[in-house]
Design a protein around this ligand. Structure first.
Ligand SMILES: Nc1ncnc2c1ncn2[C@@H]1O[C@H](COP(=O)(O)OP(=O)(O)O)[C@@H](O)[C@H]1O
Ligand SMILES: [Mg+2]
Length: 355
């Protein structure tokens, strides 16, 4: 006979978080997955009241009481748990009554995370949308580029033929506007040459962006940094990366009207998903501003081209940024409320970079 496996070992091997509470709603047992969710060791949380462990424990506490009195197993779906020392999470909770060795009633709560799946689905959607936008942009830019070249050439010929200065003024406008459109299209298409992939120190790039935006914005704007020095070099095209981050930081500076604070933050994430692809190491770059936030009506669309909230905006900054980041298998996310807007760039750090 192989050695017996204890119930405790089995509990700890489970992916489902298990928490057991007594009649006073104090935690009596927790497994390893439960410790991970609460972000505390069993030693630290055992014996504590549910109200100390979960910020919004009211509903769960009521369910513990009613499970004890009814003796029935109950599952609640999609509960939001606010935790004091860990990120909020959405779970399905199953409450089951049991009696302990002394004959006292306790309630076993199984917590299965669902926010994880939701996040992956949302990110997959975002990646598909970003790829579609990128294709659309490239197609559109190519379509406009050729006739534009013809227009400019014709205006140039015309300019040579006419001597009237007032008329030349018109051809001049056509040529300079065509040039402006041309450079806009070049920006939409990205650089002509193939990306130059090399090891990049992301902090050096961020410092460069910081200098550029500081010069543009003047002294009313503070740009702070909070870098994780353990972040390794990432394989990327420096110019493309710089342009994407610059577009995001510039937007933040514009939203702040050059009065306020931007934080550039880097972190490393292990075993992290970008969409459905799991990466061993991911660089997380956050641009956080304390401005008014993104207009609610625009929030869902800001990554689409031509969407702008500014009278002099082109609405291209973010769609270009996301196209460039997705060429590096990365993703840009955005969370915004008045007083805090966070743009998060996620980039894989584990090789295979062929943007
Ligand atoms: N940090 C931010 N705070 C508030 N609004 C923002 C921020 N970043 C982007 N936006 C909104 O998203 C819009 C689209 O940005 P973008 O694609 O760069 O185009 P543009 O800057 O030309 O308007 C902006 O016009 C602005 O309304
Ligand atoms: Mg912009």
């Amino acid at each position: 006979m192989p050695p017996k496996i204890t119930a405790e070992r089995i509990l700890d091997s489970m992916a489902t978080a298990v928490l057991v509470f007594d009649a006073q709603s104090r935690l009596t047992t927790i497994n390893h997955a439960g410790e991970v969710i609460l972000n505390h060791s069993a030693r630290h949380v055992k014996g504590r009241s549910i109200h100390e462990l979960i910020v919004n424990a009211g509903e769960m506490n009521a369910q513990i009481a009613s499970t004890m009195s009814s003796g029935q197993t109950v599952t609640q779906r999609g509960c939001l748990l606010l935790l004091p020392d860990a990120p909020d999470l959405r779970v399905n909770c199953t409450f089951t009554p049991i009696t302990d060795a002394a004959g006292n009633l306790q309630v076993v709560i199984e917590l299965r995370r669902i926010d994880h799946h939701l996040r992956i689905e949302q990110e997959e959607g975002l990646i598909t949308q970003q790829q579609a936008t990128h294709e659309l942009l490239r197609g559109l830019a190519h379509e406009i580029k050729n006739p534009l070249g013809g227009l400019r050439g014709a205006a140039q010929l015309l300019e040579r033929e006419i001597s009237d200065a007032a008329l030349k003024e018109y051809t001049h406008i056509i040529i300079s506007e065509a040039d402006r459109l041309q450079s806009l299209l070049d920006r939409m298409l990205g650089p002509n040459n193939l990306p130059k992939i090399q090891p990049i120190n992301i902090h050096e790039v961020l410092e460069h962006v910081r200098e550029l935006v500081k010069v543009e914005a003047g002294t009313g704007l503070r740009i702070l940094h909070d870098y994780d020095p353990s972040l390794p070099d990432l394989l990327a095209d420096r110019d493309l990366l710089l342009q994407s981050i610059l577009n995001i930081v510039r937007n933040a500076a514009q939203a702040l009207e050059n009065e306020g604070q931007i934080i550039l933050r880097t972190r490393i994430r292990r075993n992290f998903n970008i969409g459905s692809r799991k990466h061993r190491l991911v660089a997380r770059i956050e641009v956080i501003d304390n401005g008014p936030g993104i207009d609610e009506g625009l929030r869902k669309q800001i990554f689409y081209p031509m969407i702008t909230g500014r009278s002099d905006g082109t609405g291209l900054g973010l769609s270009i940024a996301q196209a460039l980041i997705s060429r590096h298998q990365g993703l840009i996310e955005c969370h915004s409320k008045p007083g805090e807007t966070i743009f998060t760039i996620l980039l894989p750090l584990d090789g295979k970079h062929e943007p």
